[in-house]
Design a protein around this ligand. Structure first.
Ligand code: OAD
Length: 231
């Protein structure tokens, strides 16, 4: 990262993360070449209709993603955020579109999962949510579903998200293509309020970001937070 970040208001940093931050841990993104949506049609594996039509296919898709979490670890980008959270006086809120638990395992706190969590399942009748690391087997696939937001469903934790955005002094967007709303609209909202917005990604996704630091998250995120500590 050659560009200096200047002096940024860091009282409350709101960080939006997407699949790109977990890519170097070995979890596939959705829209990159060979991404998840290229090989698994969204409407079949990530919609309520798809679940009704073929529950086994949908459960297997998420069973595999859930089991994969046992083989992956947080990377330097997750770690840099968690370390900054521990050491800094700033309030840091992470709003993640990711359904993995790599922010948690890196030691981060104050994490809002907007699209659900692979390691939680939800009872279809009672709505009970419980922690779960295994496979939903065929015999109970009509009772439990992944605690994941499918297309057409409401995002989770919208009150907490609104609260966080209302008090943000700096907005960072890391590893997201900005294709899925409402998360894709956070930059519009905050930019229009004059809040500095910065992205760290492999590609530039919007002109509304004051800086776009392009490159791999495991390189750019630790460098960025190191600069923030010394600003
Ligand atoms: P995408 O797959 O749409 O975008 C991933 C972004 O990360 C792209 O902009 C890549 O350029 C970037 N990227 C890839 N590897 C990277 C790396 N090593 N370092 C930095 N950036 C990298 O994923 P999301 O934006 O997270 O929703 O997708 C948003 C939502 O769409 C997901 O939460 C999911 C999906 O449909 C649901 O399933 C509800």
């Amino acid at each position: 990262m050659d560009e200096s970040i200047g002096h940024l208001p860091i009282d409350h940093i709101v960080i939006l993360t997407g699949a790109g931050i977990s890519a170097e841990s070995g979890i596939k993104t959705f829209r990159d070449h060979n991404g998840l949506w290229e090989n698994h049609p969204i409407e079949k594996v990530a919609s309520p209709q798809g679940f009704v039509e073929n529950p086994e296919l949908v459960q297997n898709f998420y069973n595999l993603r859930r089991l994969q979490l046992k083989d992956v670890e947080p990377n330097k980008a997750h770690q840099a955020i968690a370390d900054f959270q521990k050491d800094s006086k700033s309030k840091v809120t992470i709003i993640t579109q990711n359904v993995d638990d790599l922010h948690e395992r890196a030691g981060s706190e104050n994490i809002i999962h907007i699209h659900g969590e692979l390691r939680k399942i939800r009872h279809l009748e009672t709505g009970e949510i419980k922690y779960f690391e295994g496979k939903i087997e065929k015999y109970n696939q009509s009772l439990w579903r992944p605690h994941i937001v499918w297309f057409g469903e409401q995002i989770l934790n919208s009150y907490e998200i609104r609260e966080a955005l209302n008090s943000a002094t700096l907005f960072l967007s890391i590893g997201t293509s900005g294709q899925v709303y409402p998360a894709a609209g956070f930059v519009n909202q905050l930019h229009s309020l004059g809040i500095p917005c910065i992205e760290l990604n492999q590609e530039k996704t919007s002109d509304l970001f004051e800086h776009s630091f392009l490159g791999d998250a495991t390189a750019s995120v630790p460098t960025f937070f190191s600069q923030l500590r010394h600003q």
